[in-house]
Design a protein around this ligand. Structure first.
Ligand code: PGA
Length: 254
């Protein structure tokens, strides 16, 4: 089995101010000084990328974006291109976060285009997939995840997943305080890996699949201990220095 390096990604969403992100960045940098056995990335709001890039430049902590346009450049008011993100030292780009899908109408196809464009700009996409509560309750979890993944596989081909990360985020667990049980997470993570393995065994074995949805220091260890969970995508808890650092420490055992 492949040795997958654990990855913990902070998704700050639309939170923070110049005043509040400075100590947060500093606290995370100081706390992770010897943390090279895991990979850590921070995805701040776009306008704080420059500030974060400056603070992170002599550390191992990577920078990522929360979104990225599917278009290259042009008259698209309010959009940010993948090349611009690369310009600001981004390594990762989250695509298809459920808040983008639900609140901004992002379809599976649009998410696939974002994935492709991000890779064209040499960013590593973090592709979010996940089901709504009613889909889980009606037994459709796997069908939903399969549909979301297939849209990307059909557009970019399976080989593109060699340079990508997947985040399983059950929508009913995001920001709700309800976490999937470790077993529920493992079940879906194993399904994702199996689905990819049907196309490419070695890639499926090597790809990192993160869990996201109300991960906290108190529940991180048991989730990260599951065989197919390779780290986490952390929203609310990433805004608290101690919580986030403890989650990163928990990932060491992944
Ligand atoms: P949460 O968010 O940790 O606040 O639930 C996770 C996410 O949306 O990526």
């Amino acid at each position: 089995m492949a040795q997958r390096r654990p990855l913990v990604v902070a998704n700050w969403k639309m939170n923070g101010s110049l005043t509040s992100i400075r100590p947060l960045l500093e606290g995370v940098c100081n706390g992770l000084q010897e943390g090279c056995d895991i990979e850590v990335a921070i995805c701040p709001p776009y306008v704080y990328l420059a500030e974060a890039a400056e603070k992170l430049k002599n550390t191992d902590i990577k920078l990522g974006s929360q979104n990225s346009s599917h278009l290259e450049s042009g008259a698209f008011t309010g959009e940010i291109s993948a090349d611009m993100l690369k310009d600001f030292s981004c390594v990762f780009a989250i695509v298809g976060h459920s808040e983008r899908r639900a609140l901004y109408g992002e379809t599976d196809n649009l998410v696939a285009e974002k994935f492709m464009r991000a890779q064209d700009a040499a960013l590593v996409p973090i592709l979010c997939v996940g089901e709504q509560l009613h889909e889980r309750e009606s037994g459709d979890t796997e069908a939903v995840i399969e549909r979301q993944l297939n849209a990307v596989i059909e557009l970019v081909g399976i080989a593109a997943f060699k340079n990508a990360v997947i985040a399983y985020e059950p929508i009913w667990a995001i920001g709700t305080g309800k976490t999937a049980t470790p077993e529920q997470a493992q079940e879906v993570h194993a399904f994702v890996r199996l689905l990819l393995a049907r196309h490419d065994d070695a890639m499926a074995d090597g790809i990192r699949i993160l869990y996201g949805g109300s991960v906290k220091a108190a529940n991180a260890t048991e989730i990260f201990n599951m065989a197919d969970v390779d780290g986490g995508l952390i929203g609310g808890a990433s805004l608290d220095i101690d919580e986030f650092l403890n989650i990163c420490h928990a990932a060491r055992g992944c």
